[in-house]
Design a protein around this ligand. Structure first.
Ligand SMILES: NC(=O)c1ccc[n+]([C@@H]2O[C@H](COP(=O)([O-])OP(=O)(O)OC[C@H]3O[C@@H](n4cnc5c(N)ncnc54)[C@H](OP(=O)(O)O)[C@@H]3O)[C@@H](O)[C@H]2O)c1
Length: 316
């Protein structure tokens, strides 16, 4: 378990905090430790905010420690609006950004071709990595400034052990045949490169560190494959909801490594954390040339998203 840290005076953003998710638990714990938390959701904003405030009130913590805002990482305007709102509302101070939001598309479905976002990227790539890269870029000036002023700012990137499904050459090229697990793995490999590159670029000068996390196999909305109501649906959903807690971590436990990386003082940046300890990620993810190349290419991709008339982005 993460050791409790006094987070008062720390401003935190946690993306992807719908109820029953890792983001929800992370936001709840950090707010209960005194942080001022802005959590985000794409489709469950009011519900997440109500539940989170109820949870805080129940344990006697100021409910205004938390607000939930809409954010769709696949929508350039939504990311821009969120970042602009944050800058105005929090006086330019941001100590911790937790890039947690993510998706895993139906892995049992026989996909004939890559599911694409409206702007033409493979959907895991766009949601799990590129959207986070775009958001982080907009918030970087605040994180750097807060790192300089407070001596400690963080970007926590939620990756996965499935990053081992990704290969560096796939970061830049279309895959011949589509496999959602590999596409997911590739996006999670990119999150580790992203953390390592943030650390390399900003740790020394700005006290801005980044950690990548595998939270474990956790019982969340993502891992609950529910099928629609009906006799079979009800039976399946009953069976899976009784089995899930036996084979997966509870969300409160799954969130511990994310919470630790967001809070524990003097934690080493540029590392990959699992079960609250640094572990070695794959060799691919430690290839510095690939991390640098990915950063440069991602800046170019974001540029084409922000100014689409600039031409096609050329990925996937
Ligand atoms: N659960 C596991 O076993 C496991 C294992 C390894 C890694 N992870 C990683 O942990 C992170 C959290 O996953 P979870 O298990 O908590 O899943 P979850 O319960 O499905 O929550 C995912 C969150 O991401 C948000 N999201 C999805 N697409 C988005 C988009 N386009 N823009 C903004 N937000 C978006 C969802 O939005 P809404 O609020 O609208 O629903 C939701 O709040 C993910 O990055 C996942 O890959 C999970």
């Amino acid at each position: 378990m993460a050791e409790k840290v006094d987070m008062s005076g720390r401003n935190v953003i946690v993306t992807g905090a719908r109820p029953h998710s890792l983001g929800y638990e992370t936001a709840r714990i950090l707010a209960s430790w005194g942080a001022s938390v802005v959590a985000t959701s794409r489709r469950h904003v009011a519900q997440a905010e109500k539940f989170l405030k109820d949870d805080l009130r129940e344990i006697g913590v100021e409910e205004n420690n938390i607000v939930v805002r809409p954010l769709d990482l696949c929508d350039v305007d939504s990311v821009n609006d969120f970042a602009a709102w944050y800058r105005e509302s929090y006086g330019g101070k941001l100590h911790v950004l937790v890039n947690n939001a993510g998706i895993l598309k139906d892995i049992l479905k026989p996909w004939k071709k890559s599911p694409l976002t409206e702007d033409g990227f493979e959907i895991h790539w766009r949601t799990n990595y590129l959207g986070a890269f775009h958001l982080t870029g907009l918030l970087l000036p605040l994180l750097k400034q807060s790192g300089l002023e407070s001596g400690d700012a963080r970007i926590v990137n939620v990756s996965s052990h499935l990053h081992d499904q990704g290969k560096n050459e796939d970061l830049f090229n279309d895959e011949k045949t589509y496999n959602p697990l590999r596409a997911y793995g590739r996006s999670k490999l990119a999150m580790i490169h992203f953390s390592r590159e943030i650390e390399r670029r900003f740790a020394e000068e700005y006290n801005l560190h980044s950690m990548a996390v595998h939270p474990g196999s956790v019982d969340t909305n993502m891992t609950r494959v529910e099928i629609p109501e009906g006799r079979i649906g009800n039976l399946w959903n009953r069976i899976t909801s009784s089995l899930a807690p036996l084979i997966m971590l509870h969300r409160t436990h799954g969130a511990q490594t994310i919470v630790m990386c967001a809070s524990q003082p003097s934690l080493q940046g540029g590392k990959y954390y699992v079960r609250c300890k640094a572990e070695e990620p794959t060799d691919e993810s430690k290839d510095e040339a690939a991390s640098k190349r990915l950063w440069n290419q991602s800046e170019a991709w974001v540029e084409t998203l922000v100014k689409p008339e600039g031409g096609k982005h050329g990925q996937i």
